[in-house]
Design a protein around this ligand. Structure first.
Ligand code: GDP
Ligand code: MG
Length: 411
C-alpha cells in the first residue's frame, strides 16, 4: 500500500525538502514488500566465532556445555511416537520471562573475546581489498544483536500480526540493537492462554525426545524440561555493506552431519500441527516456513527437522526441511514470500539505523518502532528505561585492552 500515492525507492527514507517553511517530518522506513523485490543482496557465509552456554540457573558459561546431540529414532524401527504433553506441568522449569536479559549474555561473550576481535585478528585479504577488514577495528564497524532480532526484521514485510520495537545505541563505533517488548506483546504474554503455555512446553519436549547429552547416546525423556538451559552460537557475517556479529540459540549438532564444522552441523528442531489437506500445507508453506527459513538462514543452519503433532499432542512423523530448499515451496505462489524481499528490507533497515544513530553514546537510545500496515518510525530517549548497554560492559570496554603477551624487551 502506498499511503500518499508517491513511489518511493526501497531503502530511501522520507526526508523533508530543506525549506524553512516545511516542518521536517521525522524520517521513517516503509516496509511494503513491493519496495524490496530487487536481486538478492550479498550475504556472507556465516562463520562461527565462538559459543556460550546458559545453565539450569540461567548462568553464563563461555563454553559448549549445553550443546546437545541430534539423536533421531532409528529409521528402520517403528518410527516416533512422542507424547509431547508428558511431564507437563510437573517436570517443567520455565525460564522467568519477567527478567529482561537484553544483550547481556552476548556482551559477556564479547568482553571475553574482544582481544581476538580487536587485537590479533587475521585479515582476509579479499575482504580487506573490499574495505571490510577482519581484525583491528572490525567490531567498531559492526552491528551487534541477537539472531532472533534479525529474524523479525527479515519477516517484517510479510508480518500482519505482531509489531516490534528495537532499541539502538552506538558505542565505540559499534551499533547495538536490542529488542524491547511492546506493550501489546507484554499484555499477550501475561494473559497467555493455558493451551498456548502447554503448546510452548511441547516444543521443548520435542527437543528432549530428539537430543542426547553426549554424542552416540540416546535421548532421556524422563528428566525435566528446563528452558533456562541454552547453547548459543556466536556468528560473524555481512549483509550488503553491514558487518554483523550476532548470536542465536542452537538446538543441537548432528554428529553424523557431512561436515562437522559449525554452523553446518547444527540442526533446528520444530513442531507443527499435522496437516491433512493441500490448503493446510499451502498455509504452512506461506507462514511457518517463512519464519523457519529466516531463523535458520541467518546463522547458516542447513536443516530444520519438523515433528508433526496430532490433536492429542503425539508426534508420529518427522520431516527434514533443508533451509536452502524452503523457498521452492512458495516460488510459484502469488501469495508466497521471497527471500530477496526479506534480505533487502533487512539491509535497508540496517542502513536506516546506521544513518539515524549518529551520536556515539551508550546512554542514548534510538527506539525503532513498527506496527503492521505502517512504516518503521523512530523516537529518541536517554537512560532508563530504554538504555540497555550495562555499566559493567561500558566500563570494561572503556579500559585499555589487556595487551597481548610481549617478548621481553632488553633492559
Ligand atoms: P530466537 O531466534 O527467537 O529463538 O532467539 P535467539 O536464538 O536469537 O536467542 C537469543 C537469546 O534470547 C537466547 O539466550 C535465548 O535463550 C533467548 N530467547 C529466545 N527466545 C526468547 C523469548 O521468547 N523470551 C526471552 N526472554 N528470551 C528468549
Ligand atoms: Mg527449535
Amino acid at each position: 500500500m502506498e499511503p500518499r500515492g508517491t513511489k518511493r525507492e526501497a531503502g530511501k527514507t522520507e526526508v523533508a525538502e530543506p525549506r524553512n517553511k516545511v516542518p521536517c517530518p521525522a524520517p521513517s522506513l516503509p516496509t511494503d514488500p513491493a519496495l524490496y523485490s530487487g536481486p538478492f543482496p550479498f550475504y556472507r557465509r556465516p562463520s562461527e566465532l565462538g559459543c556460550f552456554s546458559l545453565d539450569a540457573q540461567r548462568q553464563y558459561h563461555g563454553d559448549a556445555r549445553a550443546l546437545r546431540y541430534y539423536s533421531p529414532p532409528p529409521t528402520n524401527g517403528p518410527g516416533p511416537n512422542f507424547d509431547l504433553r508428558d511431564g507437563y506441568p510437573d517436570r517443567y522449569q520455565p525460564r522467568d520471562e519477567e527478567v529482561q536479559e537484553r544483550l547481556d549474555h552476548l556482551l559477556c561473550w564479547l568482553l571475553e573475546h574482544r582481544g581476538r576481535l580487536e587485537g590479533w585478528g587475521e585479515n582476509d585479504s579479499l575482504e580487506k581489498n573490499l574495505g571490510y577488514s577482519w581484525g583491528p577495528g572490525w567490531l567498531a564497524g559492526a552491528i551487534v544483536t541477537w539472531r532472533g532480532h534479525l529474524t523479525k526484521l527479515l519477516t517484517t514485510p510479510y508480518e500482519r500480526q505482531e509489531g516490534w520495537q528495537l532499541a539502538a545505541s552506538r558505542f565505540q563505533g559499534t551499533l547495538y540493537l536490542s529488542e524491547v517488548e511492546t506493550p501489546a506483546a507484554r499484555a499477550q504474554r501475561l494473559a497467555r492462554p493455558p493451551l498456548l503455555r502447554e503448546l510452548m512446553y511441547m516444543g521443548y519436549k520435542f527437543e528432549q525426545y530428539m537430543c542426547a547429552d553426549k554424542p552416540g547416546s540416546s535421548p532421556d525423556p524422563s528428566g525435566e524440561v528446563n528452558t533456562n538451559v541454552a547453547f548459543c552460537s556466536v556468528l560473524r557475517s555481512r549483509l550488503g555493506s553491514h558487518p554483523l556479529l550476532f548470536s542465536g540459540e542452537v538446538d543441537c549438532t548432528d554428529p553424523q552431519a557431512p561436515s562437522t564444522q559449525p554452523p553446518t552441523c547444527y540442526v533446528e528442531l520444530k513442531t507443527s500441527k499435522e496437516m491433512h489437506s493441500p490448503g493446510q500445507w499451502r498455509s504452512f508453506y506461506r507462514h511457518k516456513l517463512l519464519k523457519w527459513w529466516a531463523q535458520s538462514f541467518l546463522p547458516g543452519v542447513p536443516n530444520v527437522v519438523a515433528g508433526f503433532r496430532n490433536p492429542e499432542g503425539f508426534v508420529s512423523s518427522l520431516k527434514t526441511f533443508p533451509t536452502m530448499e524452503m523457498f521452492e515451496y512458495v516460488r510459484n505462489d502469488r501469495d508466497g514470500w521471497n527471500p530477496s524481499v526479506c534480505m533487502n528490507f533487512c539491509a535497508a533497515f540496517l542502513s536506516f539505523a546506521q544513518s539515524t544513530v549518529v551520536q556515539d553514546d551508550p546512554r542514548l537510545v534510538h527506539l525503532f518502532s513498527w506496527e503492521p500496515g505502517g512504516p518503521v518510525t523512530v523516537s529518541v530517549h536517554r537512560d532508563a528505561p530504554y538504555a540497555f548497554l550495562p555499566i559493567w560492559y561500558v566500563e570494561a570496554m572503556t579500559q585499555d585492552l589487556p595487551s597481548p603477551p610481549k617478548t621481553p624487551s632488553p633492559k
